[in-house]
Design a protein around this ligand. Structure first.
Ligand SMILES: [Zn+2]
Length: 155
């Protein structure tokens, strides 16, 4: 496995819309491994492929809950409910935090590394993280939609 460089806000790759993955092959599985390693090494709870310079629809998430590591290929939110405002940060926007409104509950459909379609219902931090990472695939950063931003430690 290998640590990948994380692009920072201002890099145009972060603003591009990502394209769906056509085939789950060996190189994609290696990318998933490297993305997870990079996320853990940076104490992140999620990482999207554009953040490591690839405009493809792939995200990894680990909110340290019962779901463990989630590897989502071509994820699509199929249902949203409720609204909750909470603080977010992003590995591509170091030392900046913001208050962001998100759906309280989402359902997401994605392909896993075995090529199987999965459906997941999420609430709480995981729901927020899924919406944040999927925004990356649309070229959107949380600072683009935050109600307010501030510098310094979260909370
Ligand atoms: Zn982010």
């Amino acid at each position: 496995m290998a640590l990948l460089d994380i692009l920072k806000a201002g890099n145009p790759v972060l603003k591009n819309k990502s394209v769906p993955v056509e085939r789950v092959d060996k190189s994609l599985k290696k990318l998933l491994d490297d993305m997870a390693e990079t996320m853990y090494a940076n104490d992140g709870v999620g990482l999207a492929a554009p953040q490591i310079g690839k405009n493809i629809c792939v995200v990894v998430i680990d909110c340290q809950d019962d779901h463990g590591l989630l590897e989502m290929i071509n994820p699509v939110i199929t249902f949203k409910e409720g609204e909750v405002v909470d603080t977010e940060g992003c590995l591509s926007v170091p030392d900046i935090y913001g208050e962001v409104s998100r759906a309280a509950k989402v359902k997401v459909k994605y392909t896993n590394r075995r090529g199987k379609i999965q459906n997941l219902t999420a609430t709480g931090l995981l729901a927020r993280c899924i919406q944040h990472e999927l925004d990356h695939l649309e070229g959107q950063l949380f600072i683009d939609i935050a109600q307010s931003v501030h510098r310094g430690n979260q909370g």
